[in-house]
Design a protein. Structure first.
Length: 503
C-alpha cells in the first residue's frame, strides 16, 4: 500500500516541481496562530483533520489534500502554537502508533520562530549524523559478513579437500525409479519436438547427479542429447548437458552436476530434448505407472502429461556444495560461455592466523613469543632471528585446487634493519626448513616464493606458486635478517594472506 493517497476533489494542476517530496526532510504544521510568521512552505504538511484514523494534510501548490498511511521517512519536526490542542494530541498519538513518536514538537508563535528554526537545523544535523553512523555500521557489517563468508569458504574447501583425498566424500543414491521390464515401456524424443520434462521427487539440497535409463536400439543413432536441470520456483537453469548420441550407452547414463546443490530447497525438473530436429537418439526408458499427475512425464511445449508413467530415474545425493569424487564416472555438464572455469583468491581465515605456531623453536628461540597471530589483525608476526630462519606454521592443510599462496610483507618498526621474507607450501616442517635454507627444491605439490628483501618503510607482495594443485601441503611463512647479526626491532609481519583456488 502506498503511503500517500489523494482525496477526490477538483482537478489538480500539475506543478513544475513536486510540492511534496517524501524522500526529503518534512515539517508538519498544526494549529498555527494567525499572528505567527508562516513556516517555510517547501515540504510543509499542514494538518487539517483526521479521516478514518489517518491524518489529512494540505500542501502548498496542491489543490487536493493528502492522506498519509505512514509518516514521512525524514519527518524533522511538528510545529504548533497550541501544543495541548486536541488535534495536536491526536497527531502525536498517531505518530506514536506508527513508530515515529520521537519527532520533536516545537513551539511556533510570534517571537519563537527563530529559535524553532534553530532547533529544526539541529534536528536535521542530528538526522544526518545518524544517517552517516548507520551507513558506517552497515559498511562494517558488510565487511564482517564478507570476512565470515571468506572464512567459511576456506574451511569448506579444506574439508572438501580432506574428504576427497581420504575417499570419504559422501555420495549415495537418494531415489531410484527402475525401468519397466515386463513389458518394456519406452518413449522417443522424436515424438515431442520441444522435449520431455520430469519433476524429481526429492529435495534439491545435496543433489549431485541424475541418472536416466536408455533402452537398447538397433537403429543407428546420431546427433546429441540435451539435458537441462531447472528449479521450478524461479525458473533458474542449474545445469546443462550436451551429450553426443555415440557417447550414450544402453542402461543408466548419469549426468553429474559441477557441484552438489546447496541453499534453499527447490523443486527440480529435468528436461530432455534433441539438439537438432533430425537427431536420432536411443529411446528413453519409463518406470511403472504413476498415479500422481505432477510426477508423470510431460510435454515441455504443452505442459501436459504425455503418459501415465514417470521417467526411469536415479537421483544421487552428496555433500551440499561439494564436487563429486574422482572415482564417480558420469557425463560432465557443459559450461556456459559466461561461466568459464577460473580461479578465485580466498583470504585465510582469521581463526587460522591466530593459531599460527613457531615451527622451529629448536633451531631459533627468543625471550619473547617470536611467532604470534594477534587477535583482530588478520596478520602474522614472525620475528627475524639474529642468525638463521624463523619458520611459522599454520594449522590447516592447503585446500585442493590451490595454485598460489600470497601475502604482503612489511616491518612494523622503522628502526629495524632490512628483513628477508618468504612463503612456503611444504609437506612438513623439515621440508619447509630445507626449502628456506636452500638445501632442497620444491616437489610439484610444494611451493617456495624465494626470499624478498623488505626495507622498514616498504610493503612487498609475495607469491608462491605450485605445479600440482592436488597434493597435500601445509602453509609456512619465514623470515631472516638480510644481514645476519643484529635483529633489534625486527618486528616482521605478514598480512592479507590468501590462497588462490580453482573456482
Amino acid at each position: 500500500m502506498s503511503n500517500l493517497a489523494l482525496l477526490p476533489s477538483q482537478p489538480q494542476a500539475t506543478p513544475a516541481e513536486p510540492a511534496f517530496d517524501p524522500a526529503a526532510p518534512v515539517l508538519i504544521a498544526v494549529d498555527i496562530n494567525d499572528d505567527a510568521r508562516r513556516p517555510p512552505k517547501h515540504n510543509l504538511l499542514v494538518l487539517e483533520d483526521f479521516q478514518a484514523g489517518l491524518p489529512v494534510f494540505s500542501v502548498a501548490g496542491e489543490k487536493r489534500p493528502i492522506i498519509l498511511h505512514a509518516p514521512p521517512m525524514l519527518l524533522s519536526a511538528v510545529l504548533t502554537s497550541l501544543p495541548t490542542s486536541p488535534l495536536v494530541r491526536k497527531l502525536l498519538a498517531w505518530l506514536e502508533t506508527v513508530g515515529a513518536w520521537r519527532v520533536p514538537l516545537l513551539d511556533w508563535r510570534r517571537g519563537t520562530e527563530v529559535a524553532a528554526l534553530r532547533q529544526i537545523t539541529e534536528e536535521l544535523g542530528r538526522q544526518a549524523r545518524l544517517g552517516m553512523q548507520r551507513q558506517r555500521q552497515v559498511a562494517a557489517e558488510v565487511t564482517r559478513m564478507r570476512a565470515i563468508n571468506a572464512e567459511l569458504q576456506h574451511h569448506f574447501l579444506v574439508a572438501e579437500s580432506s574428504l576427497l583425498r581420504s575417499g570419504a566424500m559422501p555420495l549415495d543414491i537418494a531415489f531410484s525409479n527402475e525401468p519397466m521390464t515386463e513389458p518394456v515401456h519406452v518413449m522417443s524424443l522424436s515424438d515431442v519436438e520441444a522435449g520431455a520434462a520430469q519433476i524429481l521427487p526429492v529435495q534439491s539440497n545435496g543433489v549431485s547427479a541424475v541418472g536416466i535409463h536408455l533402452a537398447q536400439t538397433s537403429e543407428t543413432v546420431s546427433g546429441s542429447l540435451v539435458a537441462q536441470l531447472t528449479s521450478l520456483e524461479d525458473g533458474r537453469l542449474i545445469e546443462r548437458w550436451s551429450i553426443r548420441a555415440t557417447d550414450l550407452v544402453p542402461g543408466w547414463n548419469v549426468l553429474a552436476l559441477s557441484r552438489a546443490i546447496s541453499g534453499q530447497s527447490r523443486t527440480l525438473e529435468l528436461r530432455l530434448s534433441r539438439l537438432a530436429p533430425d537427431d536420432r537418439l536411443p529411446p528413453i526408458s519409463l518406470g511403472s505407472g504413476q498415479p500422481i499427475l505432477s510426477f508423470q512425464i510431460r510435454d515441455v511445449a504443452s505442459g501436459t502429461p504425455m503418459l501415465r508413467n514417470s521417467m526411469a530415474l536415479q537421483v544421487w545425493r552428496g555433500l551440499p556444495g561439494a564436487v563429486l569424487p574422482g572415482w564417480f564416472k558420469a557425463h560432465q555438464p557443459r559450461r556456459n560461455k559466461g561461466r568459464q572455469a577460473g580461479y578465485v583468491d580466498i583470504p585465510l581465515p582469521p581463526a587460522d592466523l591466530t593459531q599460527v605456531e613457531h615451527a622451529n623453536p629448536e633451531q631459533v628461540s627468543f625471550d619473547f613469543p617470536g611467532v604470534v597471530g594477534p587477535l583482530g589483525e588478520r596478520a602474522i608476526l614472525c620475528h627475524a632471528p639474529v642468525h638463521g630462519v624463523t619458520l611459522a606454521r599454520l594449522p590447516t592443510l592447503v585446500p585442493q585446487g590451490a595454485i598460489r599462496f600470497a601475502a604482503s610483507a612489511f616491518i612494523d618498526n622503522q628502526q629495524s634493519r632490512d628483513v628477508d621474507f618468504a612463503l612456503i607450501l611444504a609437506a612438513d616442517t623439515a621440508q619447509a626448513l630445507a626449502l628456506a635454507e636452500g638445501t632442497a627444491t620444491p616437489e610439484p605439490h610444494e611451493a617456495f616464493s624465494g626470499w624478498t628483501q623488505v626495507h622498514n618503510r616498504q610493503v612487498r607482495r609475495l607469491s608462491a606458486f605450485r605445479e600440482d594443485s592436488s597434493g597435500d601441503a601445509l602453509f609456512f611463512v619465514a623470515t631472516r635478517m638480510t644481514r645476519q647479526g643484529e635483529n633489534s626491532f625486527a618486528r616482521s609481519r605478514f598480512k592479507d594472506l590468501s590462497v588462490m583456488v580453482q573456482a
